[in-house]
Design a protein. Structure first.
Ligand code: PXL
Length: 277
């Protein structure tokens, strides 16, 4: 069985970060270690959330794991809360990167043209530096624009999307993927580029007319799971995109006022069936 480690916060209620990564990756038949970077009562879209920083735990955890000689087939980072955490995670990569494993960065910090509470442009540029160490990065368009100092245009055409991809590739990651974008008008999906060869891979599907928090974390977690189960990146991303759409559809069907996250649990059987085929 493959083993990964994911480094992100625990939002105790909120269906995001570790509370989706752990169940999804485990259900896919992949061992999932965690480094919790902070504990929040909820994610930051609620008002009045509590926040306990766990930065000082990260290096002791890493040191113990080195003594135990733990190896990870993937290191997957999501929401990180500070410059200091980015610096320490960069060091974590140096300790645990091998010739055989991958670094997967979801630079969670913004959406719909805006940074999440607590982040600024300087943080985005620091995250961009961290991305130079990645094998795969999966920003949405807002995150990509903040990291590359580009103009945000969600209706941008193929030339615009390719230009953003090129700028992302210049950050240094081996494969760069823009999520929530499509070359086809009226569709969404992902568009990716192999930084070395410049080759493009893409997948589009109908837009589901609803916005929920945490869908990016669902998508990234399923992608990491599928990569660990041997799928090539473009197939893994496609499986994750279909799963995310299914999660949104289940949530809409359930009809309750569940704005804070998707009912990813109900679509897990579909994902597990697909990955075991
Ligand atoms: O889903 C991304 C995410 C993760 N963690 C925290 C967040 C968010 C998005 O708002 O606030 C704490």
């Amino acid at each position: 069985m493959k083993r990964i480690v994911t480094i992100q916060d625990i939002s105790c209620v909120g269906k995001c970060s570790i509370t989706v990564a752990l169940p999804i990756i485990s259900a896919m038949g992949v061992e999932c270690g965690i480094v919790p970077t902070a504990v929040l009562s909820t994610h930051t879209m609620f008002s009045g959330f509590t926040f306990k920083d766990l930065t000082e735990e990260i290096i002791p955890i890493a040191e113990h794991w080195e003594k135990e000689n733990f190896k990870f087939d993937a290191i997957y980072t999501g929401y990180l809360g500070s410059f200091e955490q980015i610096r320490i995670i960069s060091e974590f990569f140096d300790r645990f990167k091998t010739d055989d494993n991958i670094i997967f960065i979801d630079p969670v910090m913004a959406d719909n043209g805006k940074l999440y509470p607590g982040f600024d442009k300087a943080f985005a540029l620091e995250m961009a530096k961290l991305c130079s160490k990645a094998d795969v990065i999966v920003p949405n368009l807002t995150e990509a624009c903040f990291m590359t100092n580009s103009k945000y245009n969600p209706d941008g055409d193929e030339a615009y999307i390719k230009d953003i991809l090129k700028k992302l590739a210049e950050l240094g990651a081996k494969k760069v993927v823009l999520t929530g974008m499509s070359f086809e008008k009226g569709k969404t999906g992902f568009v990716g580029m192999d930084s070395e060869s410049g080759s493009i891979f893409t997948y589009s599907h109908d837009i589901v007319n609803a916005i929920y928090h945490g869908t990016g974390d669902v998508f990234s977690s399923a992608t990491v799971g599928a990569l660990m189960r041997g799928r090539p990146l473009s197939d893994a991303l496609r499986i994750a995109a279909d799963y995310t759409v299914e999660c949104i559809k289940k949530t809409i069907k359930n009809g309750k006022l569940n704005w804070y996250g998707v009912d990813f649990e109900e679509a897990l059987p579909m994902l597990v069936n697909k990955i075991n085929k």
